[in-house]
Ligand binder design. Sequence first.
Ligand SMILES: [Zn+2]
Length: 285
Amino acid sequence: MAWDSLPNALLYLWSAVFGAVLGSFGNVLIYRLPREQSLIKPASRCPHCGHRVRAFDNIPVISYLILRGRCRDCGAPIAVRYPLIELASGLLFLGAAIGFGWSLATLFYGLLLVALLVLSIIDIEEQWLPWVITFPMTAIGLLGSALGATLPFIDSLIGAASGLAFFGFVALLGFIVKRETMGGGDIVFGLMAGTFLGWEMTFFMIFLACLLGLVVNFHLVIFVILRFLKLVRREREIKPIIFGPFLSVGTALVIFWGDEILSVGTTLALIAGDKIAALLFKIFW
Ligand SMILES: [Zn+2]
C-alpha cells in the first residue's frame, strides 16, 4: 500500500502524539541538562515528595489533565510548563505533518522543530545552546539528506559548512575586538541548521533571525543610538541578546515558508526601490 493512500487524519493524530512524547523527553532535557544530571536514570520523581512518577501518570498532557495538575501521592502542584511544552511539541510535529504529509520529511523536520523548542527554552533560561542537542541533530540532518528526505546530500553538507563558517567568522571577529559575540553554542547551531536548510536558506534564516532580534530588542537599539548621540549619559550595562530563540524561530519560518517570505521580501524591496528611485528622480531632476 502506498503511503499517501493512508488517510491524513491518521498521520496528523500519530504526529501530534509522537510530538507530545518527544516533548515529554524535551522536558527531561530542559530540566536535567543544566543540572548535569543523567538523562536516563533516575526515573522522574515528584520534586515535592520524591515518589516515582508511575508510567500511567507519565502520559504527555493527558496525565496532567487526569491528575488535575497535582501529584498523585502528595497533591503538590505540577508546574504547568510541563504539559505546555508537551502540547507545543505535539503541535509543532503536527505542523510538520501538515506541511510535508506522508513522507520522511515530516519525521526529520518534526524532530528539528521540537529540538528548536527545547533549545530555545534552555537558551532563555541558561543562555546556553547545548552541543548535546545540536551535534546529534546535525547527524540527524545529514541522515535526513542522505536518505533523500530533506535536501540533496551535497546541499546539506554545503549548508553545514556555511552555517559553521558564518558563526565561526562572527566569533572570530568578536575574539579580535575582544568582545563576546557568538558562543560555541551558536556555531554548532549554524552547523545543525545548515544540514536541514542548505546554504541559501541558512543565510536567509540568519537574516530573519537578526531582523526578529532587532524588532524585539528595539528599545536596546534606541538606547545605543541615544548613547552614541550622547543624549543619554547614564552608563547602563547592555546584556548580550539571547539569540537562540530568534535563530530557532527563523529556522522554523524558513522550513515552512522560506520561499514565500523570500519572494514577498523581494517584491517589497523592488517596490520600495522603485519608490525611492522615483523620489530621487523628482528631487534631483
Ligand atoms: Zn508528590
